[in-house]
Design a protein around this ligand. Sequence first.
Ligand code: C2E
Ligand code: CA
Ligand code: CA
Length: 556
Amino acid sequence: MRAKDDKGQESPPPKMGAAERDLVALGIAAAAIILFVGTGGMVLPQVLQSWMGIGAAPDPVLVNALLLNIALVIFGWRRYAELTGEIAERRKAEQLARELSERDPLTGSLNRRSIGPATDTLLAAARADGRAAAFVMVDLDNFKMINDLNGHTAGDALLRAIADRIRALMPKDGLLARLGGDEFACVVPFDPRTPERVDHFAGLLIERVAQPVSHGGIDIEVTISVGISANLGAHDDPAAVDAETLTHRADIAMYHAKKQGKNCFFWFEEPMERALRFRGELENGIRRGVARGEFVPFYEQQVDLATGQLTGFEMLARWHSPTLGSISPEVFIPVAEEIGMIGELSERLIDQALQDAREWSPTLSLSVNISPIQLRDPWFSQKLLKLLVKHNFPPHRLDVEITESCLHENIGVVRSIITSLKNQGVTISLDDFGTGFSSLSQLRSLPFDRLKIDRSFVSELAGSDDSDKMVRAIVSLGDGLDLPITAEGIENPVILESLRRMGELKGQGYFYGRPEDAAAVRARLAEAGLLAHAVAPADDAADLTEHSARVNRKAS
Ligand code: C2E
Ligand code: CA
Ligand code: CA
């Protein structure tokens, strides 16, 4: 047994040096043997003659020297024999350790460390035979959930069963490795004239792995996402494509398969790598840009369709990145959500918007879009109220737009946040209505103040009969539930006219103008006489109620 260090890892065997130093013992034994021959040659005949009574007693000094010699020979020999045994044993242990370090203990396949060199060897052999090799990266979908639901023993059993299934499909000269966790890799040599055989192999993998695995009386099912690369690329010098390149590319293709909805396979293609790089740049750009205040609020007019009067603005995030140029919120918002930046990004924008909106007439409202992720934060309503207090902005002028996907979140938390906001006077709109899956009961159970019909229905009002029916249905649903309605995406007078005929709606869209920055809004309001005259400076929370009361009096 070898000693383990404090991380539970085995420490390497002590160096052979100490054992080899004991070769001195062998030297001593050899010298003792030579001496033994010398002294023995002299003393033994004397001893024999003395025993036979034909000679004098041997010299006791010489006899002692001989005995000492014998002892030295025995000692030296035994030590040497022990030493050889010890060295042989250590060599065996080392060999075993090397083998273990190259294997995954759970599945017996190669591991992350050994697959690289093994792949390089296979690539060289395949090239010599005029064959190609595919690196097939396999990653289980939602394995963490399976582990959490069924326990780690079941997870391990599943991994072993999957390794066996993959092995059963592999050609004899292929390689299988578990790269860690729930990730496997196979390296499969193939004839470059028939790459479709690799597609067939990947298809079979997906099909076989998806068969249920029985463990402890229950059937566990899992799917896989597969990424494939090969030393066949159009611009590749096959000799330059090594295991590292193939692993990297297969990984990118696998990531792509995950993004495409999992349970499928993709071959690596160059644009995937570019997309991934762009994604990395976006993530860094967002992190940096939020800190540097690169994100700014723009404002889109919201209008009472019957009178044409301006009722407020919807704030829309804009980002002009110094390195990436102008990026649409439809691109950066989902990324900010994924990397956990949406809260900070949104709060900074709302902070700025509330500051801008203090210059507007108190009759005008401000709508802000809130991501479902933000509604997971139990402190969200507190954060928003703090901003309202900071800017002395009357809560009833703020409208929070949430999308139907919020309703799939933890509905208890969403409800308590919405209730808390409503208790402060903030209004809540359901955005993009018609694109999600909100049920009527959800619509009634959450206290929405308004529905916003998605622009995809509204923009087509001019042309499509179906959109017309859809918009009509939503408008009458709003009537029935006593929910006022805003139509988005009014692009021309034809759409406006058909909406006007449907009822008393609010609306917004390019027909009224594109979203514009704070300065343009100020200029527009100045012209229309809709700027606030004197706005009291924001000091502290106590100001808020007094200020909103004053604003309300002025407004009425
Ligand atoms: P949304 O909330 O549905 O916002 C309306 C979008 O429609 C805006 O796109 C607006 O520019 C666009 N739009 C307005 N009128 C018309 C029209 O007549 N025709 C057409 N085709 N489009 C029109 P934008 O600014 O690109 O924003 C896209 C989405 O990004 C927003 O959709 C919203 O979901 C999201 N978003 C924008 N800002 C924020 C934000 O600060 N926070 C969050 N969570 N999401 C935001
Ligand atoms: Ca919106
Ligand atoms: Ca919308």
